[in-house]
Design a binder for this molecule. Structure first.
Ligand code: SF4
Ligand code: SF4
Length: 155
């Protein structure tokens, strides 16, 4: 637990009293059965490091921070999730879908390429062509932060 609590984003885990309000207020938990913020906090508290780092639990969160609004302790699961993700990524545990998005960001400057339907809708509403992305500028930033090394490790 200390490994998470000692990161700038992971301190909230120290406040958790396992009341479960985060899970009962989380919209993702209603749609995705395995997503359970209270359980994630519990696993961190119990020191189940490898299960937390290698498992899918930290990756469903949409960072809406509803759980922070509802937590009586200011537990801030959303921030703890970021702390876990940072640890997981450093150890090469990145779900394929997330890795694909990260690589797309590096290669095209976009996390998701706009669909044909989206482009047609833009035209329909007079929004013009999709804005250009300065891919070189994006890559410069990502290289400076060594993001590219993380997402192409072992390729
Ligand atoms: S609402 Fe807060 S105190 Fe309750 S289980 Fe979730 S993080 Fe812990
Ligand atoms: S921040 Fe994440 S865990 Fe918290 S309510 Fe939103 S989706 Fe659920």
């Amino acid at each position: 637990m200390n490994e998470v609590a000692n990161t700038p984003r992971g301190r909230g885990v120290l406040a958790c009293i396992q009341c479960g309000r985060c899970t009962s207020s989380c919209l993702v938990a209603r749609a995705v059965e395995e997503h359970n913020p209270r359980k994630l906090m519990e696993m961190i508290i119990l020191g189940l490091r490898s299960e937390v780092i290698a498992g899918p639990l930290p990756w469903h969160c949409l960072s809406c921070f509803t759980c922070l609004d509802r937590c009586p302790q200011g537990g801030d699961v959303g921030e703890v999730v970021f702390a876990i993700r940072n640890l997981a990524v450093r150890e090469g545990n990145i779900p394929k879908g997330i890795l694909d998005q990260a690589r797309s960001l590096f290669e095209t400057g976009r996390v998701v390429t706009p669909s044909r339907t989206a482009l047609i809708q833009r035209e329909k509403y007079g929004l013009g062509k999709e804005p250009m992305v300065d891919v070189e500028a994006v890559q410069k930033i990502l290289r400076k932060t060594s993001f590219d090394k993380l997402i192409y490790r072992g390729s």
